[in-house]
Design a protein around this ligand. Structure first.
Ligand code: BGC
Length: 765
């Protein structure tokens, strides 16, 4: 039975009669703004101050509060919503409890649905590597359908923090370094989560995060300070959040970091001036986990009471998993330090969000009726494997393919080696709380399924993922355990070398465990950790063709591996169908088309590394190092630039043709190239358009992505690819923060990555 039928069934069921009053009010009313406002105003009139404050509390289902206490608190009207439960009967019990509260205000249930719910798709950095908005839409839709089926109403996603520092563990969670690409994905993902209507039983509300600038934490160290010029903020870092809001995101999660000394959680400029006044945001704001009390550690609140006061006054509606609002707001209102109106403003947004999620009309909209609970609690038969496999293979980026080492033939003996080769847990990546390792295809199993009995596989672990005891102790405390084989590392390397010698080709699956690319998992180095690098050297020394399959959640410094490997594949963490998707690429059943959404530096010392930097007065020139802006031990250019990725096809790009080369502010300029597949197999590539404003009132980046198209070409086929530019594409924030285009010369570049471009110029009159 689908959820629509459930709706009528649920309303009809006597067991939920506790809801009759509110449910009818909601269902009967047209879903207009007026009806919503009137309904909420009327409801608020009936609420006591304590009940209002209760609505502002968002509680985690976890060790912090035992379940019976949560139910008691809900019945008493002291909790507005919970997160971290994907168990239907548990969510239903909580909703039942709300039905017995005085005002019968429905609960909502949230979860971090970041790259899938039961079916796990590639981590966000992998999704971004697809440069494919259909793939992103499918991921978001499937995630919403599966999450809604778990009784989840709201996701804390998309995470759209721009990051230029790969040391930051949460790079894995975002969509990379580029404002344009991340903004496109941000809007697409938001629409996909929310569907045609947020009130649909298979839609969930998107809460875009982390507002704002969390990806710019100093030194890539999680939760660290952000200090940034207003121009850079407006130009590079804020647009992706706005894109989600413009696409209709119902909520915004407030970042944990401070911005120029003011924590986001107490930042009235950010939450009122930027978000509500300038951007017209009408939804609910949610603090991050425990962020209100952290205002004390930030050093802007002297105690809990002041923290609560600062947060509510700044515009934080929901307080996530701390007691700040519950304990402190009653006293603050009583003393007059916080007005009831300020509390009302927050309550109105929370109730508004519940209305938007369709919960007043039907509190069981997503939970459904108990009789319809699926028998396969773990969604064994409800996974979207085909979708996940397709998106996963699109996420894979081919970094190197010397002498056409890839695709491999399904024959002979293949040695599959490495600490990640048989890890299903790691394949899921970070933020995949409802995904199950046992439902996940690891690299070895995917390769084995692809070759069947056509080829022989030999396996060896080769090394542990790391032998750094400090790292192991730290990471094991945070999350799942890193699997450690107690044998001496050299024995494992020897065993792997023996296996490699018996094989025709070696596939080494190496990189990071998933908890190394996670919240609170910042690194001081970007090389492949532990003894894995020794393993790679030893494998190379066997003389067998060496294919490196990388699993990691951030750009790594791969200089040495790039020298040693015959082929190198960036697979990120691919999700439930990872092994199958990987095998599709390795054996040529799918021609790789992914492109990097983040620059891969040569060394950790190069970060922040990003393609759209300013030129400086002494720009880096590969052949002129005399007092220019560079590092002296190695080339300053990246190892793999933003937008880079190979294919089993080769493509050529013609010179650029412009429709006009002098453009007025009313004109549309069309830039075209011919792209040809000069290879032997059909393949997709991403044609990328970059612009540079040559001389402006403020120094402008050497190039900025302005558009792209992903195209499929058969061998020998040639297609014209055209982009249309208007004045809008030439605008930027000037030193007075005015967003405008300035007359003058522009460089226009088109190519297949950010460095390999054709170039021409035009003028804005
Ligand atoms: C993270 C958020 C997440 C929240 C709830 C926090 O630690 O920073 O991104 O949504 O937890 O799980």
């Amino acid at each position: 039975m689908n959820k629509l039928c459930l709706l009528s069934l649920v309303i009809g069921l006597a067991s939920q009669s506790a809801w009759a009053e509110n449910a009818t009010t909601g269902v009967g009313a047209a879903s207009t703004l007026q009806a919503k406002n009137a309904f909420i105003a009327n409801l608020m009139k009936q609420m006591t101050l304590d009940e209002k404050i209760g609505q502002l509390r968002l509680i985690s289902i976890g060790p912090e509060m035992p379940k019976p206490e949560i139910l008691k608190e809900i019945t008493a009207g002291r909790i507005g919503g919970t997160f971290n439960s994907v168990v239907l009967p548990d969510n239903r019990a909580m909703q039942d409890a709300a039905g017995h509260s005085r005002n019968k205000i429905p609960m909502f249930f949230a979860f971090d649905v970041v790259h899938g719910q039961r079916t796990i798709f590639p981590i966000s950095l992998g999704l971004a590597s697809t440069w494919d908005m259909n793939a992103i839409t499918r991921t978001g839709r499937v995630s919403a359908i599966e999450a809604a089926a778990d009784g989840v109403d709201m996701t804390f996603a998309p995470m759209v923090d721009i990051t230029r520092d790969a040391r930051w563990g949460r790079s894995s969670e975002g969509f990379g370094e580029d404002t344009y690409l991340v903004s496109r994905i941000s809007a697409t993902m938001t629409r996909a989560f929310q569907g045609t209507s947020m009130q649909a039983p298979n839609s969930i509300m998107a809460v875009v995060k982390h507002f704002a600038l969390y990806g710019a934490v100093e030194g890539g160290r999680d939760y660290n300070t952000v200090d940034m010029s207003p121009v850079r903020m407006q130009q590079d870092y804020l647009p992706p959040y706005r894109a989600s809001i413009d696409a209709g995101a119902g909520g915004v999660m407030i970042a944990l970091n401070s911005i120029n000394g003011v924590p986001s959680t107490s930042n009235a400029w950010l939450l009122q001036d930027v978000l509500r006044r300038d951007w017209g945001f009408k939804g609910v704001t949610v603090s991050d986990h425990g962020a209100i009390k952290e205002l004390i550690d930030h050093g802007v609140a002297k105690d809990f009471r002041e923290a609560a006061k600062l947060a509510i006054k700044a515009g934080v509606d929901l307080s996530m998993n701390d007691k700040a609002y519950g304990e402190e707001l009653p006293g603050l209102v009583k003393s007059g330090e916080v007005s009831e109106k300020e509390v009302d403003n927050a309550v109105r947004e929370v109730l508004g969000a519940k209305w938007e999620m369709g919960l007043f009309a039907n509190p069981y909209l997503r939970i459904g009726a108990a009789v319809d609970d699926p028998v396969d609690r773990n969604a064994e038969n409800r996974l979207h494997r085909a979708e996940a496999r397709d998106v996963a293979r699109k996420s894979i980026v081919l970094l190197k393919n010397q002498n056409d080492t890839l695709p491999l033939k399904k024959q002979g003996t293949i040695a599959v080696i490495g600490p990640l080769a048989k890890s299903s847990m790691d394949m899921l990546g970070s933020w995949s709380g409802a995904g199950l390792p046992r439902q996940t295809v690891n690299a070895y199993d995917g390769i084995a399924a692809a070759v069947g009995d056509k080829a022989k596989l030999i396996y060896a672990l080769g090394s542990n993922v790391t032998d750094n005891q400090h790292a192991i102790t730290y990471l094991n405390k945070m999350d799942d355990q890193i699997a450690i084989d107690p044998r001496p590392e050299q024995d494992m390397i020897d065993e792997a070398v023996k296996a490699a010698r018996q094989a025709d080709v070696v596939v080494a699956v190496v990189g990071e465990s998933r908890n190394m690319s996670h919240e609170a998992a910042s690194r001081v180095d970007l090389v492949i950790p532990g003894r894995q690098r020794e393993l790679i050297r030893a494998l190379k020394a066997t003389g067998k063709p060496l294919v490196l399959v990388l699993m990691n959640g951030r750009p790594l410094a791969l200089g040495e591996e790039n020298e040693l490997a015959d082929a190198m594949v960036e697979s990120w963490f691919l999700g439930t169908e990872g092994g199958n998707a990987l095998a599709d690429v390795l054996f040529g059943d799918y021609n790789p088309s992914g492109k990097l959404p983040m620059t891969f530096p040569r060394s950790v010392g190069q970060v922040p590394a990003y393609y759209n930097h300013l030129n400086t007065g002494r720009p880096y020139r590969p052949n002129d190092s005399n007092y220019t802006s560079n590092y002296f031990e190695e080339p300053t250019s990246p190892l793999f630039p933003f937008g880079y990725g190979l294919s089993y096809s080769q493509f050529s790009v013609s010179d650029i043709t412009l429709s006009i080369n002098k453009m007025t502010r009313k004109d549309k300029l069309t830039a075209s190239v011919m792209v040809k597949n000069t290879g032997k197999v059909a393949g997709e590539t991403v044609v990328q358009l970059y612009l540079r404003d040559v001389a402006a009132s403020i120094s402008r980046p050497v190039k900025e992505l302005k558009n792209f198209q992903k195209i499929m070409l058969n061998p020998g086929e040639e297609k014209s690819v055209s982009f249309t530019l208007t004045e809008e594409d030439l605008k930027f924030f000037n030193p007075s923060l005015k967003y405008a285009a300035e007359a003058g010369e522009f460089k226009l570049m088109i190519g297949l990555d950010s460095e390999d471009v054709k170039e021409t110029t035009f003028n804005l009159l």
